[in-house]
Design a protein around this ligand. Structure first.
Ligand SMILES: Nc1ncnc2c1ncn2[C@@H]1O[C@H](COP(=O)(O)OP(=O)(O)OP(=O)(O)O)[C@@H](O)[C@H]1O
Length: 272
């Protein structure tokens, strides 16, 4: 995702040692009540410092999306606490969210879709075109603001969804299997661009995936959750270079293969 004169891009990363962006303490979450209650998650505690790209991996139904929804403020846990930037999270708050489907307004233009998020974030109308252009440039879609959503590909739509999630200077991105519905080549390109963009801007991210390779490629840290109710089975720093190495070079590193093996084993064990 190429560079742009975008105020949201050029901001400095949070200084190391500052308060965690996300703090989860003693969390438990259930759906339903009484004999039909399903305990989805917990007990679970973790902290996500500024600039971390945390990838959540684990067997189907272990509670990955539930954890993301709790961090987004879509759900509130009965037990324990979640804080985002030191506050109880609320929908539409300080996190930008990207789902598996882009969920754009198809009849509107690309620029309007992002402009709506900027309006919601309180950006004055006069500033929006420039901000839209900057955000689109950041996700590799410069010059597409006037196109209708139905005129662009699924991969491009997901890029717009990422730009929209970043609109308004959001410093935390929550992504729930955002590339799962894309073809392999598009998925690889978006992975590479998201990796570069997050490293350049210091954006903190929580990314849910089923793919061990995606976890190693994208993450600065991976957490594997156990089978439901999800608890932390493995919490592993990835430690691969975040900048300066191309995708082939990264995937060729012995450490890359070792991380894939370690996380893959943990996921298989967690699945039971
Ligand atoms: N709204 C709901 N009502 C009742 N049970 C739910 C609800 N949402 C999720 N669950 C249950 O909670 C558990 C965790 O679900 P969640 O979607 O968080 O898992 P996941 O790890 O994201 O799964 P997947 O990888 O398959 O997307 C599952 O057993 C699921 O069936």
């Amino acid at each position: 995702m190429p560079s742009a004169p975008d105020t949201e891009k050029t901001r400095a990363p949070e200084p190391p040692g500052s308060a965690p962006v996300v703090s989860v303490r003693g969390l438990r979450h259930s759906y339903g009540r009484g004999p039909d209650a399903v305990t989805a998650l917990g007990p679970l505690s973790l902290e996500i410092p500024a600039g971390e790209f945390l990838v959540l991996v684990g067997p189907s139904g272990c509670g990955k999306s539930t954890l993301l929804r709790l961090i987004a403020g879509f759900e509130h846990a009965a037990e324990g606490a979640v804080e985002v930037f030191g506050e109880r999270p609320e929908p539409g708050g300080r996190a930008g969210i990207v789902f598996q489907q882009p969920r754009l307004f198809p009849w509107r233009t690309v620029g309007d879709n992002i402009g709506l998020a900027l309006a919601y974030a309180g950006v004055p109308r006069s500033e929006r075109p420039e901000r839209v252009a900057g955000l689109l440039d950041r996700v590799g879609l410069a010059g597409t603001a006037g196109r209708r959503v139905w005129q662009i590909s699924g991969g491009q739509q997901q890029r717009v969804a990422i730009a929209r999630a970043l609109a308004g200077g959001k410093r935390l991105l929550l992504l729930d299997e955002p590339f799962a519905a894309l073809d392999a080549l598009t998925r690889e390109r978006l992975q590479e661009d998201l990796r570069t963009m997050s490293a350049e801007t210091g954006t903190t991210a929580v990314f849910v995936t089923h793919s061990v390779d995606e976890a190693v490629f994208l993450g600065s840290r991976a957490i594997v959750l156990t089978n439901r109710p999800g608890t932390v089975a493995l919490d592993l720093p990835i430690g691969l270079p975040r900048t300066g190495a191309g995708p082939d070079e990264l995937r060729g590193l012995p450490a890359y293969a070792a991380l894939r093996a370690e996380i893959g084993t943990a996921v298989r064990e967690a699945a039971g």
